[in-house]
Design a protein around this ligand. Structure first.
Ligand SMILES: [Zn+2]
Length: 179
């Protein structure tokens, strides 16, 4: 039996990118009334907190429209009109995908007997939200933007180089063990 491969340093690449986006994205506070309205559109109660996608117990609030695409901010921010209750596995599986096409093809959702009702409720939620993406880049000066992404690229490159170096160390250790 082959053991599950251990982590590579570069396995962290997309979480670093997510952090670089989240670190600059603003959050809007919301009122308990707005939250109650969001949940009622989705037919979810606060006491029985269910995933808007699959119906399992929810643990997270997922950004319905992803905040990161192609390693850059999409312009959607952290606000109740872009957040739906989600279980961890749906949140991870959907990741940066469009929610509707993801629900039609994901094995977590595509065979649900109430798939169409779930999609209809999420569509109503989208209509209620009227969320438009913000052009984040236009709101700050060009040099701040460039520095932020060059910091990002420097960390990513350092991780790639570190991984190459680490792989050499691992190979050397393995060779010694096999002697
Ligand atoms: Zn789910």
């Amino acid at each position: 039996m082959k053991p599950r491969p251990l982590h590579k340093i570069t396995n962290r690449s997309s979480s670093i990118t997510n952090s670089f986006v989240q670190a600059i994205i603003p959050s809007l506070e919301w009122t308990p009334e707005e939250e109650a309205e969001a949940l009622s559109i989705l037919d979810i109660s606060k006491e029985d907190f269910r995933c808007a996608y699959c119906g399992n117990q929810a643990t997270d609030w997922d950004h319905l429209r992803p905040m990161v695409k192609n390693k850059r901010p999409t312009g959607y921010i952290n606000e109740i009109r872009n957040l739906v209750p989600s279980c961890g596995p749906c949140n991870q599986s959907k990741s940066g995908a469009d929610w509707h096409s993801w629900m039609l093809k994901s094995k977590r959702t595509k065979n649900l007997p109430d798939l169409n009702e779930r999609i209809d409720r999420l569509r109503k939620f989208v209509e209620w939200g009227k969320v438009e993406p913000i052009n984040i880049q236009d709101l700050i000066d060009e040099s701040s933007w460039k520095i932020h992404w060059s910091n990002h690229d420097a960390i990513q490159n350092q991780m790639k180089e570190s991984q190459i170096h680490a792989a050499r160390i691992k190979a050397a250790i393995k060779a010694r063990l096999e002697q």
